[in-house]
Design a binder for this molecule. Structure first.
Ligand code: HEC
Ligand code: HEC
Length: 240
């Protein structure tokens, strides 16, 4: 009984805690998507600059957090959030941190009065200044560089979750891609068929684990992946 009571107390204190953090449990990310993406691009980093109606949200967040005046650094984010809460309802050229040329191209942001509440803006602001940070931008760019440097087949394998069961050189759940490439009789057509329809009992090393079918992948991507897997055999020979 005591244990149960303790569990109840712990449960309550936890739920109280999370409520303090999020304003009425509002999801800032979702609200930002719902209320702001009509005009602002929210990619980190923004992927396209065509047909822009407004500066990218990343740029907005960086502007506001850097240009806001504060003597106490610990107040920078709260002040930035307060700026957003005011600006979205009462925008004006004199308040905007946008440079004059951008203001001319975009025009002043139309007031969103009646479309978003102050509590919602608090949640949006908290999300903006924790998500659009230089640290997250650097990480996103490093990941993008890493993906861009990979052969396309490897990138597709990573993006489609193949690498949770396969490594290039080592058997994990599934055989090493290099061992698949070396296996006698494994042609492009055989590999494509297995990726699309799955495979089982072909490899003794799988110990009963099966290869699930990937029906949703399109033919071109399956081909690119299968070609990349087969190329691993060659690249090993080349190295020797
Ligand atoms: C109808 C289009 C539109 C919508 C919807 C919109 N914005 Fe804007 N916003 C703009 C434009 C255009 C600008 C750039 C001109 C300016 O600074 O007023 C801007 C600028 C801003 C700025 C000032 C940027 C700076 O550098 O000073 C903030 C902050 C901002 N938007 C936040 C938001 C948030 C948060 C939302 C969603 C609740 C939102 N906006 C929805 C069009 C929009
Ligand atoms: C849940 C784990 C799992 C995932 C995810 C997975 N595989 Fe497999 N894969 C396996 C297992 C296990 C085998 C060996 C099956 C057997 O013994 O026939 C295998 C075998 C293969 C084979 C060899 C088939 C043959 O005919 O020789 C290829 C090619 C392959 N996988 C590619 C992929 C690709 C590409 C992806 C991602 C689109 C992927 N796998 C995702 C577990 C997985």
């Amino acid at each position: 009984m005591k244990v149960l009571l303790l569990a109840v107390v712990v449960l309550f204190s936890f739920s109280g805690c999370s409520q303090d953090k999020k304003v009425n449990n509002l999801d800032g990310k979702k609200l930002l998507e719902q209320k702001c993406t009509k005009c602002h691009n929210i990619d980190l980093p923004p992927k396209t600059f065509t047909n822009e109606k407004a500066p990218a949200m990343m740029a907005v967040a960086f502007h506001v957090v850097h240009f806001i005046k504060t003597e106490d650094e610990s107040q920078r984010i709260p002040k930035a959030i307060a700026f957003v809460k005011d600006y979205v309802i009462n925008p004006s050229a004199s308040k905007s941190f946008c440079d004059k040329a951008s203001l001319k191209t975009y025009g002043i942001m139309p007031s969103q009065k009646g479309k978003v509440t102050q509590d919602e803006l608090q949640a949006i602001g908290e999300y903006m200044f924790s998500h659009f940070t230089e640290k997250n931008l650097n990480e996103a760019q490093l990941l993008e560089n890493k993906l861009n440097a990979m052969p396309k087949g490897e990138r597709l394998s990573l993006q489609n979750g193949c690498l949770s069961c396969h490594k290039i050189n080592k058997k994990i759940v599934g055989p090493a891609f290099r061992d698949i490439a070396k296996r006698k009789g494994n042609s492009l057509a055989v590999l494509m068929h297995s990726i699309e329809n799955g495979s089982k009992k072909k490899y003794a090393t799988s110990k009963g684990a099966v290869m699930p079918a990937f029906k949703k992948l399109n033919d071109a991507d399956v081909k690119t992946i299968a070609q990349w897997i087969l190329s691993l055999n060659k690249s090993q020979k080349d190295k020797k």
